[in-house]
Design a protein around this ligand. Structure first.
Ligand SMILES: Nc1ncnc2c1ncn2[C@@H]1O[C@H](COP(=O)(O)OP(=O)(O)OP(=O)(O)O)[C@@H](O)[C@H]1O
Length: 256
């Protein structure tokens, strides 16, 4: 099956600052694909170029087999986006938000169905400001899916949520995939990518420094640990390696 997204040698410069130096990866239909990296690594800049929000400085982006530069409006109709630090006017109700976002797309699904699917029917008349953190995230997911896109980009969806709301949101992300969508997930939570993602790209200083399944990355790290002649106090016990340990080593930080 052809990949739904192919990014090749993407670069994004802001003046002299090279935020994205060389990012390449491809994503298969139905994957939950994670993008992780330290603050300022270039994750959001990469995603913003991929969704057509910012022009790339160099490189090519193909979504659903079409080049972003030539087919921008087609591609925008096929992607759903929940951007970092998304918010809505305090007094806008859930139903109004869904109707408003639906009005942007000719092929929008009936908002009454979407509100039911995402368990927000009881909050239809609730103002955005009065929703819980978890309900706000559910609304943002529903809004990103109102036009029935094929690929959904979720940037730091669970930042600021308490652990319970975060876990509920994980289930929602899996529900998005169950509905046949491909999910691109940008997050700082390593447990989140380890549990949810089929594959992960680790971006550091504007380049992809690792790309694989979480299990394979963890296995490679464990293998390396066993090769060490003297156990280091900075490294965790090999049986308890997590993706977070792998991530910290990849970006050059001590694991514990
Ligand atoms: N509009 C902009 N103008 C100038 N510099 C920018 C702009 N947007 C981002 N940058 C810079 O580009 C670099 C990459 O930022 P970006 O937001 O893409 O990183 P990130 O990996 O998403 O970080 P975070 O995890 O903190 O969200 C940072 O040094 C940032 O300050």
């Amino acid at each position: 099956m052809a990949p739904v997204l192919v990014v090749e040698h993407l670069q994004k410069h802001y003046g002299n600052h090279k935020a994205v130096k060389d990012v390449s990866f491809s994503v298969e239909a139905g994957e939950i694909f994670g993008i992780v990296g330290p603050n300022g690594a270039g994750k959001t800049s990469s995603v913003e170029c991929i969704i057509g929000l910012r022009p790339a400085t160099a490189g090519t982006i193909q979504l659903l087999g079409r080049d972003l530069k030539q087919h921008g409006s087609y591609i925008r109709s096929k992607i759903g986006v929940q951007l970092q630090q998304a918010t809505l006017p305090d007094r806008l109700t859930v139903a109004e938000a869904l109707q408003l976002f639906g009005s942007f797309y000719p092929q929008a699904r009936p908002w009454q169905k979407v509100i039911e699917e995402w368990g927000l029917a009881e909050q239809a008349k609730t103002a955005f400001a009065n929703l819980s953190g978890g309900q706000k995230q559910r609304l943002f997911i529903a809004l990103s899916l109102i036009h029935d896109p094929e690929i959904v980009f979720l940037d730091e969806l669970t930042t600021g949520l308490d652990p319970q709301a975060r876990r509920i949101t994980w289930n929602l992300i899996q529900d998005v995939r169950k509905r046949g969508k491909t999910v691109m997930l940008v997050t700082h939570f390593m447990e989140e990518v380890e549990r949810l993602c089929d594959r992960i790209a680790v971006i550091d200083q504007g380049t992809v420094i690792a790309l694989d399944t979480p299990d394979r990355m963890i296995a490679a790290y464990q293998h390396d640990l066993r090769q060490q002649p003297v156990p280091s106090r900075d490294l965790p016990h090999p049986e308890r390696v997590t993706f977070e340990d792998v991530f910290l080593r990849l970006i050059g930080q001590p694991a514990h």
